[in-house]
Design a binder for this molecule. Structure first.
Ligand code: BGC
Length: 876
């Protein structure tokens, strides 16, 4: 029997409110059946019917194994209306039970009745470092009467840049830094809250605090602005709307300066008691100003939240009398501070940093560059005061607290790890402490850089959605987290950044207008799209983005005379010793990505049944490959007179007989561009570049690092991939960890001071994929995890491995341990998934679930639990 669990509507968990698209349903599977042979989805507009198994709106029963993205095909769904849904599954033998009930509700569907409002002339301040103008936080309020009994109430709200919502004095929701950032000239996301319990029949009031966020002049926007629509559905069936309009009032309040890089200044003496309650006298508050606003779109991604609260690991007094606190790991977020019996008007300053000065007596904030990263709290002087910032965030492990009244103890301060609250679906552990630490660094860096957009870093004056960083880590992120909704939104950001000529910006949303992107960055469009389809069998995204992706590839074509791409400024960014890839030509990485994206486009055309395009782009890819090989593939005699084949890099000195780099060869090997007769030779050159020329170290920047371990593993050298990962001297991941890293560095070097040396960049995090894909050996080989290949790797240095992935189909787990000369492997595979188990090189399967088998090297598996014994093949 099988059952649907973890119901998702548009990738989100129930209740999904405010939808503005035709919903798609997905579920995971559990139970002891093998296959889903049939499903029945029912959708009802009332709970009683759904409980009785009746879909009074839509029922769909199909012989199908599909469990992902099944689109609703019933009658038109109505604005503001809620729907219940359930699924029942059949396996090869029998009908299963109904799933639990999910709920989704449509939003206004274009029925926008409110106006965008702002403060006519807000006080502004200049971020001293940035010298750009920001505004004091604005406090909006509106009082209103509800005169009947309330059945349900919803708020649809978008506050640009960031807002906090209060109803009758109570904070609504636990989202922080909402909404997720977008290009506000094109679209703003609205969040939907169920506020039924916040309202009463009689007098009510709404309060909203609005901050700058990323809606700033520097990024091309004007003053912060607010849109809110409250929808009330009375028990008697009538409706009422309360919307942002000219009847609202606005004022400044205790939160003054605020900016994501700047930090915050909060003057508690200016707190306005009762401002968000009915009956408050707002006589002195200003009228609001009506302004234009962008189209609204539902925010359909997990929201940002305080996801972890961290207690201090160490706390000490500096020679200046300030307190320094170490939270033990580098995170994104802020601290919450508790003060007792301070004096009115005293100011506490909290500074944030990733690193300490070697004296341990002060923070080293130099690598934050222009980000002030400081919060200030001015006390009101009444008993216990608790402060945490709301419209800023910092990347930090250490804070310094200055002018704290009395003695700061560990009970007075805690760190809030803030990020988009994506579901963790992957777990990995093994017997190597070092590999576990690398994994944990990647996971921490990944989370700290999920801020409604995938950022490069959380601490310095950037925090941009750099496409390169995002594309290089998409596969790793999808092994570790449910990224479907997040990337769906990010693909929209990329699409909106596209210009008429097809080019896209290096960063999306394009707060920095960096057109055209380096192709190694721009590939994020094709790459993320492809992985989203492949991991979640999402056809809709392919349809939505096909035309724009085609325009992007055509843009590359226009800029690639003789099929060699002239664009690019970063290339194999940040190899050891430099920012710029001095020896790996830009034209090589750019042309390689042109080929890569053209192939993806032709693959997508095939899936969408666009035959002509499929052939056109396959042909184009062939021509690019030829040009690439003609231009870069070289055969020369080495000093022993042997002919060697390699992809040429930049010659830095006349003695450079074989001018090449690991990356130059890794890239064409990865997607099989190397002519068959040269493949072995090119691979040998790569081995030599690693083992001999670099003493088994990476010589790659972020691009090469993404592919190198995979190329080694696919060509019989998993051992070499592992050796690279187990290194502890420079340049290596172990080197970062030996130097105290809890998140990945931007550079292979341990750098201090001003400049480019973030200690929390995820762009090298692609290595984490290797742990799942090669060491544990889990590889999806068909869209939506329908089919997997399981081929663990048993190196001598490691005794056990565990990898567990809650895939979009269901649980997939493998663990293996060494037992003397044998290895015991346990595999759990969810219903509706099939796979091939492949014994590692040099091993044969001798028993499965306690039954002897005749030393097979591969066998097919389907849903179930397998206990597999493997033995070394004796060498004859
Ligand atoms: C960012 C990166 C980004 C790069 C592009 C850096 O300043 O932090 O991660 O991809 O610039 O050159």
């Amino acid at each position: 029997m099988i059952q649907a669990c973890d119901l998702r509507c548009e990738y989100l968990t129930s209740p999904v409110l405010g939808l503005d698209v035709i919903p798609r349903f997905s579920w995971r599977l559990k139970g002891n059946g093998k296959k889903q042979t049939r499903y029945k989805i029912i959708v009802s507009d009332n709970f009683d019917d759904i409980e009785r198994g009746i879909g009074n709106v839509w029922e769909s029963e199909k012989d199908s194994s599909k469990n992902l993205n099944i689109e609703y095909e019933g009658p038109k769904l109505k604005a503001y209306k809620g729907y219940y849904w359930r699924v029942k599954l059949w396996d090869e033998k029998e009908e299963g039970p109904w799933s639990v009930t999910g709920y989704f509700e449509m939003g206004p569907l274009g029925d926008w009745k409110g106006k965008w409002i702002t403060m006519p002339s807000p006080l502004s301040f200049k971020d001293p470092a940035h010298r750009h103008e920001l505004f004091y936080a604005m406090y909006f309020r509106k009082e209103f009467l509800l005169n009947k009994e309330i059945e349900k109430a919803r708020v649809y709200v978008s506050g640009l840049g960031v807002y906090e919502l209060y109803l009758n004095g109570r904070r609504v929701g636990n989202n922080v830094l909402d909404p997720a950032s977008t290009d506000y000239n094109k679209v703003a996301l609205y969040s939907t809250y169920d506020v039924t319990q916040y309202l009463t029949t009689g007098k009510n009031s709404i309060g909203v605090i609005l901050g700058n966020g990323r809606h700033i002049r520097d990024y091309g926007y004007s003053k912060p602005k607010l849109y809110l629509q409250l929808f009330v559905f009375y028990k008697d069936g009538s409706l009422e709307f309360i919307c942002s309009d000219e009847t609202w009032k606005v004022s400044h309040g205790p939160l003054r300066e605020n900016g994501i890089y700047f930090g915050e200044v909060y003057d508690a003496r200016n707190e306005i008691s009762g401002w968000d309650l009915p009956g408050f006298d707002d006589e002195n508050w200003s009228e609001v100003e009506i302004v234009e606003g962008p189209p609204l779109k539902a925010q359909l991604i997990p929201v940002m939240r305080v996801c972890e609260v961290i207690k201090p690991k160490r706390l000490w007094l500096s020679s200046r009398g300030t307190f320094i606190v170490d939270f033990g790991k580098n995170i994104s977020g802020w601290v919450k501070l508790r003060v007792n019996n301070g004096k009115k008007g005293e100011k506490i300053i909290v500074r944030y940093a990733e690193v300490l000065d070697p004296s341990m007596d002060q923070l080293d904030m130099r690598n934050l560059r222009l980000a002030r990263a400081t919060d200030e709290y001015i006390l009101k002087g009444q008993g216990v005061e608790i402060y945490e910032p709301r419209f800023t965030y910092h990347g930090f492990r250490y804070v310094e607290v200055e002018d704290y009244p009395g003695t700061l103890t560990s009970d007075d301060i805690e760190a809030m790890f803030v990020h988009t609250d994506v579901e963790k679906i992957g777990n990995f552990a093994c017997s190597s402490e070092l590999l576990n630490k690398i994994h944990s660094c990647v996971v921490n860096s990944q989370l700290a850089n999920l801020m409604g957009i995938p950022t490069d870093c959380p601490q310095r004056d950037e925090r941009m959605g750099w496409l390169g960083d995002a594309q290089l880590t998409v596969e790793e992120a999808m092994y570790n987290f449910d990224m479907a909704a997040f990337y769906t939104k990010y693909l929209m950001d990329i699409k909106l950044s596209q210009k008429e000529d097809g080019s896209i910006s290096d960063v999306a949303p394009p707060y920095w207008k960096r057109y055209p992107s380096d192709p190694a960055w721009g590939t994020a469009y094709a790459t993320i799209l492809w992985y989203l389809y492949f991991f979640y069998e999402d056809r809709r995204v392919l349809e939505e983005h096909y035309d724009s992706l085609k325009r992007y590839v055509e843009f590359l074509r226009k800029n690639s005379p003789n099929h060699l791409t002239k664009l690019g400024q970063h290339g194999d960014w940040c190899p050891p010793g430099d920012k710029f890839p001095k020896r790996t030509p830009l034209i090589l990485t750019s042309t390689w990505y042109y080929y890569h994206d053209t192939l993806i486009l032709s693959e997508i055309a095939k899936i969408l049944g666009k035959k002509e395009d499929e052939h056109e782009y396959r042909k184009l890819a062939g021509e690019i490959k030829e040009a690439f090989n003609r231009h870069f593939l070289r055969k020369v005699e080495d000093h022993t007179g042997r002919i060697v084949c390699f992809y040429r890099g930049i010659k830095l000195s006349p003695k450079d007989r074989i001018p090449t780099t690991q990356t130059c060869n890794v890239l064409p090997l990865w997607n099989k561009m190397v002519p068959e007769e040269c493949r072995e030779d090119v691979f040998k050159v790569l081995e030599r570049l690693i083992e001999v020329d670099n003493d088994t170290h990476f010589d790659t920047g972020i691009v090469g690092t993404r592919y190198i371990l995979e190329v080694l593993s696919e060509n019989g050298r998993k051992d070499l991939a592992l050796k690279l990962l187990l290194k502890e001297d420079y340049p290596s991941f172990g080197y970062m960890i030996r130097n105290g890293a809890t998140t990945l560095w931007e550079r292979w070097e341990k750098l201090e001071g001003i400049g480019m040396n973030s200690h929390n960049h995820v762009m090298l995090g692609s290595v984490d994929t290797w742990f799942y894909k090669y060491l544990a050996g889990i590889k999806p080989v068909a869209p939506g995890w329908k089919r997997v290949r399981i081929e663990p790797y048993f190196p001598n240095q490691i005794d056990f491995v565990l990898a567990r992935i809650n895939t979009p189909k269901g649980l997939l787990e493998i663990s293996w341990k060494k037992q003397g000369e044998k290895y015991e492997v346990q595999v759990t595979i969810s219903p509706n998934m099939v796979g091939t188990f492949v014994a590692p090189d040099g091993f044969k399967v001798s028993a499965v679930n306690n039954k002897q088998v005749d030393h097979r090297s591969t066998f097919e598996i389907e849903a179930g639990v397998y206990n597999i014994i493997l033995e070394r093949v004796r060498e004859c």
